[in-house]
Ligand binder design. Structure first.
Ligand code: PMP
Length: 419
C-alpha cells in the first residue's frame, strides 16, 4: 500500500487516514474497497453522511442523467430546476406531513456553517448574545460553532477566546437532570448576574460526544424553558437526522416544535455536500437578503440526489427496516456487554446509531485498529474516544450487518486478549 504521497505532501492534520491506513479505490453500498482489492464493511459511513450507502444506484442514475443533460451544477443561490424539485420534494415529504411551515435556508455546505447561520439568526432575532450549549455537544469547527462544541481537544485550537456560550450539563452528564431548573431560577432572578439567553442549542443524541441520548421529557423541559425566557430552541440534527433513528428527524414523535433545525451530512443523499436550516418564518424574517452568504450554497448534484433520497421516507418498509436493523445492532451490543460484564461496558443509542461505551479510549482505539485489520471501519467517539459508535448505512443488508457485527465481536475479543 503506497501512502507516501499523502505522507510527503498532505498536512499533518490528517486524522481518519491514520486510523484507516490504506488507499480506498471504490465504494458501493456498505463497502469500500482499497486499491489492493481488500473489502471493508463501512460502519462509519462518512461520519453519518452516507445514510443511503456508497454510490446508491438510483441516486447515481439521477445524477448521471442530470450531468448528461448539462444540469446546473453550481448555482450560488440562483433559482434552478434542481433546487425547485428538491425544495418541493422536501416540503411534500418532510415538512407538510408534520405541519411544519419552516423555511429552508441554504448556506455553505457544511454542518458548521449551518450552525453558524443558526446562531447568527438566533442572536439577530432576539437581540441577545449568549447561547446555551451542552457538555459533550459537538456543533462544528468554525469559531461560532466551536464555541458551542464542548470537547477541549478541539476547543484549544481556536487561538482566540470562545465566547458568548453558556455551558450546561447535558441530561446524561453529572448534574444534567437538575441543571435546567437551576438555570431557569438563575435567569428569573434579576440579581443572578445571568444575561438573557438567545437560544438553546442541542443534539437529541450527542453523536460525537459519545452517543448520549436525551429523553423526550428533558427535551420538552428545555423547549419550555426556551419559550418561557424568550429564547430560541434549536435542534442540531446534522448527524442524528435524515433517517438515522428510523424517522426523518431524530425528534419525530416527541411533539417538539424547534424554532430552527440544522441539517447537513446525509441531506444530499449521495455524499456530496449540502447544508440547510429550517427556520420558522417569523424568525427567518430577521434575515436581510444576502446576510449570510456563501459561494457553495447551490449544490446541483446534492439537490438531485437529495430529492431522490427523500423517496425512502415515503416507504414505510424502509423506516421499519431501519428500526429492525437498529434492534439487531442493539441486541448484539447488549450481548457483548453481558458477555464481558466485568468490564462494565454500557450500550446506548437509538435506531441505527448504537454504541458500546468501553470506558477506555486506549482500548477503543485498539478495537478500531483490530477491526480495520479484519475489514471493518468504525469510529470511536466520546471523551477520550472511549465509545465505539456504529453508524452503518441505513440501507445495509442484514447479511452485511451481521458480518460487520461478527467482525466487531472478533475485534473486541482480540483487543481484550492484549489487555
Ligand atoms: N453538528 C453535528 C451534530 C455534527 O455531528 C457535526 C459533524 N460531526 C457538525 C455539526 C459539523 O458538521 P461539519 O463537519 O460538516 O462542519
Amino acid at each position: 500500500m503506497d501512502t507516501t504521497v499523502f505522507e510527503q505532501h498532505e498536512s499533518t492534520i490528517r486524522g481518519y487516514s491514520r486510523a484507516y491506513p490504506t488507499v480506498f479505490a471504490s465504494a458501493s453500498g456498505a463497502r469500500q474497497v482499497d486499491e489492493e482489492g481488500r473489502s471493508y464493511l463501512d460502519f462509519f459511513a462518512g461520519a453519518g453522511v452516507l445514510n443511503f450507502g456508497h454510490n446508491d444506484p438510483v441516486m447515481k442514475r439521477a445524477v448521471i442523467d442530470y450531468l448528461e443533460a448539462d444540469g446546473v451544477v453550481h448555482s450560488l443561490d440562483t433559482y434552478t430546476t434542481a433546487k425547485r424539485a428538491f425544495i418541493q420534494r422536501f416540503h411534500e415529504v418532510v415538512l407538510a406531513p408534520r405541519g411544519m411551515d419552516h423555511r429552508m435556508q441554504f448556506m455553505g455546505p457544511t454542518g458548521s456553517n449551518a450552525v453558524e447561520a443558526a446562531l447568527k439568526l438566533a442572536r439577530a432575532a432576539t437581540g441577545r448574545r449568549e447561547v446555551v450549549a451542552f457538555s459533550h455537544g459537538f456543533h462544528g469547527m468554525t469559531l461560532g460553532s466551536l464555541a458551542a462544541t464542548g470537547n477541549e481537544a478541539f476547543r484549544r485550537w481556536s487561538g482566540v477566546p470562545l465566547e458568548n456560550v453558556v455551558r450546561l450539563p447535558f441530561e446524561t452528564a453529572p448534574g444534567g437532570r437538575t441543571a435546567l431548573a437551576d438555570y431557569r431560577s438563575a435567569l428569573l432572578d434579576p440579581s443572578s448576574g445571568q444575561t438573557p439567553t438567545a437560544a438553546f442549542l442541542v443534539e437529541t443524541i450527542q453523536a460525537e460526544g459519545g452517543v448520549n441520548v436525551a429523553s423526550a421529557s428533558w427535551l420538552h423541559e428545555l423547549q419550555d424553558l426556551a419559550r418561557e425566557v424568550g429564547a430560541l430552541f434549536i435542534i442540531d440534527d446534522i448527524q442524528a437526522g435524515v433517517g438515522r433513528t428510523g424517522h426523518y428527524f431524530s425528534f419525530d414523535g416527541m411533539d417538539l416544535d424547534p424554532d430552527i433545525v440544522t441539517l447537513a451530512k446525509g441531506l444530499g443523499g449521495f455524499g456530496t455536500p449540502i447544508a440547510m436550516n429550517l427556520n420558522k418564518p417569523e424568525i427567518d424574517d430577521h434575515w436581510s437578503p444576502g446576510a449570510h452568504t456563501g459561494t457553495f450554497r447551490g449544490q446541483g448534484i446534492s439537490f438531485v440526489a437529495g430529492a431522490a433520497a427523500l423517496d425512502h421516507f415515503t416507504d414505510e418498509t424502509f423506516l421499519a427496516g431501519v428500526l429492525a436493523k437498529g434492534e439487531i445492532m442493539r441486541e448484539r451490543l447488549e450481548q457483548l456487554a453481558a458477555a464481558h460484564r466485568e468490564r462494565g461496558w454500557t450500550v446506548r443509542g437509538r435506531g441505527m446509531m448504537q454504541a458500546l461505551d468501553t470506558g477506555d479510549g486506549a482500548f477503543a482505539a485498539r478495537v478500531q485498529r483490530t477491526a480495520f485489520e479484519s475489514g471493518l471501519l468504525i469510529g470511536p467517539c466520546g471523551s477520550g474516544g472511549r465509545v465505539l459508535k456504529l453508524i452503518p448505512p441505513l440501507t445495509i443488508s442484514e447479511a452485511d450487518l451481521a458480518e460487520g457485527l461478527d467482525l466487531l465481536d472478533g475485534a473486541l475479543a482480540a483487543a481484550l486478549e492484549v489487555d
